[in-house]
Design a protein around this ligand. Structure first.
Ligand SMILES: [Zn+2]
Length: 383
């Protein structure tokens, strides 16, 4: 958390304070800090007279110095640059603060501050003596209220996607983020020689344990746990050996879908994903399926949706192509079903995997994935 030293050097705008309530909280926090620092000094005391004078002067300078004291910084950085709408409330609070600081009697502390012979550490007190009383608390001071937060855009996106599939009868399944190479790779038909298993792509904990690179291992875990039929979606964090840039993050969010039942065909996959795209981006979007390759599905495809901004005409969001790539998908490979303990002669299934962060970037028109993870309140409070 940002300390008061840092806060008084920033403007209200930089602190993300943009309403009267916020200003009042900030000044209340400032007054509390002053009281706390004074109380702490008194409870510590000073070893001797010169030290007593030095400590008291330091506290006085910190708060009241004409140049660089907290009060003058508040004047300079909060009051002066405040916008027209906030200026009256900041001015009022600043005047109250100026009336409040003399009551701290920082100037008189030099006489009041106990020397440590008198008020030493309790364990050093002679037996039977009375420990110094702590400075009394002022219970009439306003409390510190924390402003209500909002739902993070990635969580918001995830919940929106979850809701669509919950409505179709799917349920939500989770699994560990620290995963064995068996569940992350082998059981999904990804052979030892596959480049995605390389150190350059995957974060290894040891030779048999990784930070999962996708949510797909939960497919196998769920097949083992529940058998067929199975209709689940799997949201969660994944990790790859990527350098952070505007489109990459070593940690990101995926949602995977899996449907296994008798007589499931590619038509079910197309129908479901087309319904999903229309629910999420609007009834008029169209979906496009193109062949692709993944080790754990056969056949495999890539799904794109016609741009919901320009309706396929070409714009900045779809990079002038008219289409937005959504996800990879395909029919679950028979060997993967077998690895999950399901008979591929009786059951078939489809699966898809999508990046939640990318969905949120497209939907909310955000051009840098890093914004999601920097915790900047000014960005987050827009959602
Ligand atoms: Zn477009």
């Amino acid at each position: 958390m940002m300390g008061m030293d840092e806060k008084v050097r920033k403007t209200l705008a930089e602190l993300g304070v943009n309403d009267a309530q916020g200003v009042e909280w900030l000044f209340a926090e400032l007054r509390k800090t002053a009281e706390r620092e004074r109380a702490e000094l008194i409870s510590r005391g000073a070893p001797d007279q010169p030290q007593r004078e030095r400590l008291c002067k330091a506290l006085r300078d910190r708060w009241l110095a004409r140049k660089g004291g907290f009060l003058s910084q508040v004047d300079e950085n909060w009051l002066k640059p405040a916008g027209k709408d906030l200026k009256p409330v900041v001015g009022r609070q600043f005047n109250e603060l100026r009336r409040f600081t003399p009551s701290l009697e920082i100037e008189k502390l030099v006489e009041a501050l106990p020397l440590q012979q008198e008020a030493s550490h309790p364990t050093e007190l002679p037996l039977g003596s009375v420990a110094p009383r702590p400075a009394p608390r002022d219970l009439t001071l306003p409390g510190l209220r924390r402003p209500l937060g909002s739902i993070h855009p990635v969580t918001r996106m995830q919940r929106e996607i979850e809701d669509i599939f919950l409505g179709l009868g799917f349920w939500i399944e989770g699994g560990p983020e620290i995963e064995s190479t068996y569940y992350n790779f082998d059981a999904l038909n990804i052979p030892e020689s596959h480049p995605s298993r390389d150190d350059w792509d995957t974060l290894y904990i040891d030779s048999k344990t990784v930070l999962r690179t996708h949510t797909s291992p939960v497919q196998i875990r769920a097949m083992e746990k529940y058998g067929a039929p199975l209709y689940i979606i799997i949201p969660g964090k994944c990790y790859r050996h990527d350098n952070p840039d505007s489109t990459h993050s070593p940690m990101f969010h995926q949602i995977e879908g899996l449907a296994i039942d008798e007589d499931i065909t590619f038509a079910d996959l197309k129908g479901t994903l087309d319904f999903f795209a229309k629910k999420l981006f609007g009834e008029k979007v169209r979906t496009r399926f193109q062949p692709s390759f993944f080790p754990f599905t056969e056949p495999s495809g890539e799904v794109a949706v016609s741009c919901f901004v320009c309706d396929g005409q070409g714009c900045r969001v779809c990079k002038e192509s008219g289409w937005i790539e959504l996800m990879g998908c395909g029919m679950v490979h028979p060997q993967v079903l077998r690895n999950g303990g399901i008979d591929p002669d009786k059951y078939s299934g489809w699966a898809f995997g999508l990046g939640v962060d990318r969905f949120a970037m497209v939907k909310y028109d955000i051009n840098d994935i890093q914004l999601f993870f920097q915790g900047d309140v000014r960005f987050l409070e827009q959602f």
